[in-house]
Design a protein around this ligand. Structure first.
Ligand code: GDP
Length: 197
């Protein structure tokens, strides 16, 4: 898919106020600093469509972008800030739970995971929660340029082994880098196939 247009639509702190439009929607979520903003900018070939985050823990917003005038890319807040309080975590959980409960137009979520790290409980728990709630998702491994091909394979295998302890099959996944644009065509083709087939 060629990205011909990418426009910011709105930011919300309340899932109920997201666009009423029933255009197919794809949500991107992951730990803070995982490379979500960079990935969104890479996928859309825009320098700063998604703002690379400043200080973690600041206002958490759901950002809608209209792509090619026919689908929404949604930038969800990053989770897992070490410095936020328990009450802030609760607010975040409610906020995200509501988003997933309300958005019938969501086709799939993309859970971003830094390919350099061992499987992190917070990501595994989040995927578990998506699974239990019947929300389809794929994993996007980010920052692949930081590892050599052999290490990439080793890290993916380790991730698979951990996931297969609880999942019957490995969820669909992509290996990406915002620096080299590895994985860009695959992710965009996947979205295109889901949208128009
Ligand atoms: P966000 O908080 O998840 O939106 O993450 P950002 O997109 O702001 O990226 C966090 C940091 O990781 C920044 O310093 C980016 O330059 C860096 N980064 C993001 N993606 C990549 C990537 O694919 N390769 C490399 N080498 N660095 C990346």
């Amino acid at each position: 898919m060629k990205i011909k247009s990418a426009e910011f639509v709105m930011s919300n702190s309340d899932a109920a106020k997201c666009p009423k439009s029933m255009l197919p929607e794809y949500a991107f979520i992951g730990r803070s600093n995982v490379g979500k903003s960079s990935l969104i900018n890479m996928l859309t070939s825009r320098k700063s469509l998604a703002k690379t985050s400043g200080r973690p823990g600041k206002t958490q917003l759901i950002n809608h972008f209209l792509i090619n005038k026919n689908w929404h890319l949604v930038d969800l807040p990053g989770y897992g800030y070490a410095r936020v309080s328990k009450s802030a975590k609760k607010v975040f959980q409610k906020f995200i739970t509501q988003y997933f409960a309300l958005r019938e137009q969501l086709v799939t979520a993309f859970v971003l995971v830094d390919i350099r790290h061992k499987p992190q409980p917070i990501d595994l728990e989040f995927m578990q929660w998506l699974g239990e709630n019947g929300i389809p998702f794929s994993i996007i491994f980010t920052k692949a340029d930081k590892l050599k091909p052999k290490a990439i394979q080793r890290h993916i295998e380790a991730y698979k082994n951990t996931l297969l302890e609880t999942w019957e099959v490995m969820p669909n996944y992509f290996i990406t880098s915002s620096s080299t644009a590895i994985g860009k065509d695959e992710v965009l083709r996947y979205i295109e196939d889901l949208n128009w087939n």
